[in-house]
Ligand binder design. Structure first.
Ligand code: AMP
Ligand code: GLY
Length: 427
């Protein structure tokens, strides 16, 4: 019987804990630091960003496997530390995680591998970046090189906005050191999709496609966030798309990382724009998406623990993933003020009530205070619905939010609607 330690504290990590706990081979799941909404895990008081403390905790606990949720500990080398301490970990090394932690590294790697991506240029000098965006005529995307919590891509419509974006990143230091170097890229039109795969070296096992909803407000308006909801699978897109993305994007990227001396083990996540000319990579992540994990893991019929252990023991090639029929939708309930300055400390009510059928709740930004559950972050909880199709899954997810409440709670009402309408339009 296995004991597993999950690193992280959000809704993605709650979904990981939930999925691992379902495995008959698992005796106990721990989470560092976790959150008090994770009933299935024993939480350890160790921050996800403190690599030395995580390695110490894992050395004491001796779990059979560590699964790392967020990007920060990966970028800081937690997997290298765990491996050096003789603890088995699912997640990339610091070197391989650069595919997410440096946009410039990722762009160069993709260029070498011939993976399609937007035209772009890299700048260390604000003067040169400003000159370039003026020359482009304004419509472009300005991106911080380093990690910026999913908020480091500034989509600009005209020269003024592009100049402001360059200045705020490179001169005013809005994302600190992460934005001192920027990538300016062409603006692409199309529908976005998230392609995630379990990867070990050159072995790539793709999951079904998912779609995030990054903007704060209905109709894809408002600022970019960490993600306000997700839907999977994308039944309205051609069935051959997953195979095309695996062949043209995921496999060449995994191979390029091996050729670079940085073989990748973990979840490789390509953020795609589906343009008329084909899929283009907007970014790579070195981990499960949040909130994509909250729809993918409930749909995964295969035993997640078996898949992760196979990836860590050179047996991923033998894995054939099985998926439940139907669809899943995740709606993120956020706190007032998210993403700029989320208000915390509001009591969360209704979490103890029985859930409606075909639904789940994953907790994210919550804490326990005086015996009560209170809000403690921007994205507070995730309502997940499952159904025979996107319509049913949406209904199940939104039904949960009828009885969970906190002051200032807000969520998008159109999660999965594009997928739903597109299916309707096809028929
Ligand atoms: P990223 O952090 O690179 O995934 O970008 C965040 C979001 O900005 C994406 O999900 C897109 O909505 C948008 N975006 C990024 N790059 C582009 C691009 N080249 N063209 C259009 N939109 C983009
Ligand atoms: N859903 C976007 C991310 O996890 O980066």
């Amino acid at each position: 019987m296995l004991r597993i330690l999950v690193v992280g504290s959000g809704g993605r990590e709650h979904a990981l804990v939930w999925a691992l706990r379902r495995s008959p081979a698992v005796r106990e799941v721990y989470c560092a630091p976790g959150n008090p909404g994770m009933k299935e895990a024993s939480c350890l008081p160790v921050g996800a960003g403190d690599v030395a403390a995580l390695v110490r905790a894992a050395t004491d606990l001796r779990p059979d496997l560590v699964v790392v949720g967020p990007e920060e500990p990966l970028a800081r080398g937690v997997v290298d530390g765990l491996e050096a301490a003789g603890v088995r970990a699912f997640g990339p090394t610091q070197r391989a995680a650069r595919i997410e932690s440096s946009k410039v590294y990722a762009k160069q790697l993709l260029a070498r591998a011939g993976v399609p991506q937007p035209d772009h240029r890299t700048f260390d000098s604000a003067e040169e970046a400003l000159r370039w965006v003026r020359q482009l005529g304004g419509r472009c995307v300005v991106k911080a090189d380093g990690l910026a919590g999913g908020k480091g891509a500034l989509v600009c419509q005209d020269v003024r906005e592009a100049e402001d974006a360059v200045r705020s990143l490179m001169v005013e230091g809005r994302f600190g050191e992460a934005g001192r170097r920027v990538v300016v890229e062409e603006y692409l039109e199309g529908e976005e999709a998230s392609a995630l795969a379990f990867v070990d070296g050159e072995v790539v096992v793709p999951m079904v496609l998912a779609q995030d909803h990054k903007r704060l407000l209905d109709g894809d308006r408002g600022p970019n966030t960490g993600g306000m909801g997700a839907v999977a699978p994308l039944a309205h897109l051609p069935g051959s798309l997953t195979e095309q993305v695996t062949r043209e994007i995921l496999q060449p990227t995994a191979k390029a990382l091996c050729d670079d001396g940085a073989p990748f083990r973990g979840v490789l996540y390509a953020g795609l724009m589906l343009t008329r000319e084909g899929p283009r990579v907007l970014e790579f992540n070195a981990r499960f998406g949040d909130p994509e994990a909250q729809v993918l893991l409930p749909l995964l019929e295969s035993d997640l623990t078996e898949v992760l252990v196979a990836a860590c023991t050179g047996r991923l090639e033998d894995v054939r993933l099985r998926w439940r029929p139907g669809a899943a939708v995740c709606v993120v309930a956020a706190a007032r003020g998210y993403p700029e300055a989320p208000q915390t400390g509001q009591e969360v009510r209704g979490l103890d009530k029985p859930l409606p059928p075909a639904s789940l709740v994953f907790c994210a930004g919550v804490a326990r205070r005086d015996g009560k559950m209170v809000t403690a972050g921007g994205r507070v909880l995730n309502a997940v619905g499952l159904g025979a199709d996107v319509r049913q899954a949406r209904e199940a997810a939104y039904r949960v939010l009828e009885h969970v409440r906190f002051d200032g709670m807000h969520y998008r009402t159109d999660i999965g609607l594009r997928a739903l309408r597109a299916v309707g339009a096809e028929r």
